[in-house]
Design a protein around this ligand. Structure first.
Ligand code: AMP
Ligand code: DBH
Length: 563
């Protein structure tokens, strides 16, 4: 077994097999079967390209043979950081065919994050596009190779310009030097990790979430079962494909298992996505609230025929009831189905036949009969039904521990294996959950989670900073943005010269993903303290919220009184 992976206890394994949640097959076997069954149907649409199930499987096989030839072996990690292109899927399935583990990095990650993933997993490979935004990722890859000898293989989407780097497209057009028979010799234990996902993180750098063959297939089957997926349906994949939601919840995996189509979009702009929905007769959308709000407020919405859309899943962040109602008024053929999901496992879906009132006001309930949930108070005792408490869960597709993180696991899990989600929820009389807030120290920026501690640790390295506390501030579009409260070193706040620009430059130099940059800096002489002498982030968050509200009111007042 892979060192640092926490398995389910034997009695739970037996139960999950006995009840049929776990199939005891590798992801490769499950998806090869789906590809054989749906052969000439279209599996993937990307731009003008239409890829059949057969082609998807053939290309993944060819790439798998190349990876094998390069020397990538079962249970080795390959960090995958690709946009929503077909090569992502060829590589995703190729890695599964050789039993290697793809670590699903997100497009904004840079040196700070990727170096940690490479180090922790002793990754042997890294797949990147030539460029992402303004950044040359092949240069980042070369730097990491110089620092981490384990990192032997760099796969480039595009041209490979550095010695030893391989172009994915070129590999896909080249006959591999090993026969297909080698893949039949690969032995894969379905209880081993198949994929590494990333948690939004509450402490330090994102934690690595192992998802096994057994649990990740079930994850998609169970989510797909409540998402009304029919063979002729099409899912728009517009969020980063490496994220658990579009990848597997139900995402690409469930749509491919159903013989349906996935339509890849590399752009989130309404001007790009809406015509694509109309052209491909897309039936399902998976969006974060900020994106849905942007689209329904775009004048282009009325210019395209979106009548094919039946289901709009949103998750990552709370979606306001008002937005759900307005969306359905604008798109009368569609139902909004909110998801409370997490890369760690547990998926709650509103059911499509829930009464409207329940659908509009809750985030749904677990998708598996064996998802166990508890709602507990600060002492870990169950709260009476209907009261607010922290959500704890365990089940057939929820992790039992982050990868190689024993100290963190001791805090994030109970001794009997419940994952402490950090979400504050309440049970609605329907049996569905309502999210009321959270206990964890993070900022939820439009569904992207920022660990306050991770950014604070970096800011503390700045010479002009004595102490720092990062807190969420309300934002009308993204829900929250991050504000950094800083106590300056060697100067009173009123005289200090540190600016947000200084701080931004400092953090960018350290290779921090851009979405984690603080967007406001407040200099103070001291922090409010809780009764126990802890910095009261609650008070700081309330202070910045009041300040933002006052500023907004002042702007609106000025506009109203303008002639
Ligand atoms: P992660 O652990 O990074 O995959 O992020 C999962 C977290 O996102 C959950 O624990 C919640 O805090 C948050 N989240 C996901 N969906 C929703 C939702 N529908 N409403 C509120 N918060 C959500
Ligand atoms: O926020 C998430 O991680 C999330 C949201 C919706 C998720 O993992 C999911 C659905 O599967």
């Amino acid at each position: 077994m892979l060192e640092g992976f926490v398995p389910w206890p034997e009695e739970f394994k037996q139960r999950y097999y006995a009840r049929g949640y776990w199939e005891g097959r590798s992801m490769a076997a499950v998806f090869a079967e789906a590809c054989a069954r749906h052969g000439d149907r279209i599996a993937v649409v990307a731009g003008d390209e239409r890829i059949t199930y057969r082609q998807l499987d053939e290309r993944a096989t060819r790439l798998a043979l190349h990876l094998w030839q390069l020397g990538i072996r079962p249970l080795q990690t390959v960090v995958v950081q690709l946009p929503n292109v077909p090569e992502f899927l060829y590589l995703y399935f190729a890695l599964q065919k050789i039993g290697a583990i793809g670590l699903m990095a997100l497009p904004p990650h840079r040196y700070h994050e990727i170096s940690y993933f490479v180090q922790l997993t002793e990754a042997t490979g890294y797949a990147v596009p030539e460029r992402l935004g303004d950044d040359d990722l092949t240069a980042l890859a070369a730097r990491l190779q110089a620092e981490y000898p384990s990192l032997r293989h760099v796969l480039v989407h595009g041209r490979a310009r550095q010695p030893g780097h391989h172009s994915l497209q070129e590999l896909l057009h080249t006959e591999p030097g090993v026969p297909e028979a080698v893949l039949r010799e690969v032995t894969i234990d379905p209880e081993d990790p198949a994929v590494f996902l990333l948690s939004g993180g509450t402490t330090g750098i994102p934690k690595i979430i192992p998802r096994t063959h057994n649990d990740y297939v079930y994850n998609s089957r169970a989510a797909g079962a409540v998402n009304d997926i029919r063979p002729g349906d099409a899912l728009l994949v517009v969020l980063p494909i490496a994220h658990n939601f579009p990848l597997a919840s139900p995402g690409v995996q469930a749509f491919l298992l159903a013989g349906a189509r996935v339509v890849l979009s590399t752009s989130t702009r309404a001007a790009d996505a809406l015509p694509l929905i109309a052209r491909e007769r897309v039936t399902h959308l998976e969006l974060v609230p900020a994106l849905l709000v942007r689209w329904i407020n775009d004048p282009l919405l009325r210019e395209h025929d979106l009548s094919s859309v039946r289901i709009i899943n949103t998750g990552g962040q709370k979606l306001q009831e008002e937005v759900k109602r307005r969306t359905e008024a604008l798109l009368p053929h569609a139902k909004v189905q909110e998801v409370l999901g997490m890369a760690e496992g547990l998926l709650n879906f509103v059911r499509l036949d829930d009464p409207d009132e329940v659908r509009y006001t809750t985030v749904g309930r677990p998708v598996s009969p064996d998802d166990e949930i508890r709602i507990v108070d600060d002492d870990g005792a169950d709260v009476p039904p209907g009261e607010i408490g922290e959500l704890w869960t365990r089940g057939p597709y929820t992790l039992r521990g982050y990868f190689r993180a024993p100290e963190h696991n001791a805090r994030a899990f109970t001794p009997d294996g419940f994952y402490k989600t950090g979400d504050l929820v309440r049970l609605h009389p329907s049996g569905n959950l309502i999210v009321e807030g959270r206990k964890k120290d993070l900022i939820n920026r439009g569904g992207e989670k920022i660990s306050a501690e991770e950014v604070e640790n970096l800011i503390l390295q700045h010479e002009a900073v004595l102490n720092v506390a990062c807190v969420p501030m309300p934002d009308p579009v993204l829900g929250e943005r991050m504000c950094a409260y800083v106590i300056p070193r060697g100067a009173r706040a009123a005289e200090a010269t540190l600016t947000l620009e200084d701080l931004t430059r400092f953090l960018m130099e350290r290779g921090l993903a851009k979405f984690k940059l603080p967007e406001r800096l407040e200099l103070v002489d001291e922090f409010p303290m809780s009764a126990f002498g802890k910095v009261s982030k609650k008070d700081l968050a309330a202070r910045i919220a009041a300040q933002v509200a006052a500023e907004r009111a002042a702007v609106q007042g000025a506009q109203a009184s303008a002639p």
